[in-house]
Design a binder for this molecule. Structure first.
Ligand code: FES
Length: 181
């Protein structure tokens, strides 16, 4: 199998009826992002555009979303696939309403992140890389998120939760379950 085929193989199609298309506000942000770079270097905008697309299209990037970004930026789709599959912060399959990312890298691990992961897995009834059947929570193991000074920690959507214990981590999930529909 060639590298191109291998990269394309890990991508997932989105729902047929949902063709990716940025909102007018997102398109305004695209123009703003493009203005940061020389006109002949639009490819430099790829990372922020993928980030914007992930926010706009439900927290993950389908193959169609990547193709849409490729067309916007004027790159061959394979170039966009290669970048999106390299960085772990781009989600290539659907995630729950709450994307719980638990750092298990060295500082967090030394501060007992294993116990936090275990408590969350038990609370949610899922393992890493899984989503609860109601689609509310996805649990992901991640590398250092740059908050080692307050290890152990986790990120849920855009928010950091630091200096965790298994009990406080579960309490955070409890609060989210209370407000979930
Ligand atoms: S090792 Fe967990 S935030 Fe750095």
């Amino acid at each position: 199998m060639t590298t191109s085929n291998t990269v394309a193989h890990v991508l997932q199609d989105g729902p047929e009826e949902l063709k990716p298309c940025f909102s007018p506000e997102a398109l305004r942000q695209v123009e703003e992002i493009f203005r940061r770079y020389p006109v002949n270097q639009r490819r430099s905008a790829l990372l922020p555009l993928l980030h914007l697309a992930q926010r706009q299209f439900g927290g993950w990037l389908s193959r169609q979303a990547l193709d849409y970004v490729a067309e916007l930026i004027g790159l061959a789709p394979i170039r966009v696939y290669e970048v999106a599959t390299f960085y772990t912060m781009y989600n290539l399959k659907p995630v729950g309403t709450y994307h719980v990312q638990v750092c298990t890298n060295i500082s967090c691990w030394l501060c007992n992140s294993d116990a936090i992961a275990q408590a969350l897995q038990q609370k949610l009834g899922i393992q890493f890389s899984e989503t609860t059947v109601d689609g509310q929570f996805t649990l992901t193991e991640v590398e250092c998120l740059g908050a080692c000074v307050n290890a152990p920690m986790m990120q849920i959507n855009d928010d950091y939760y630091e200096n965790l214990t298994p009990e406080t981590a579960v309490a955070v999930i409890d609060r989210m379950m209370e407000v979930s529909p």
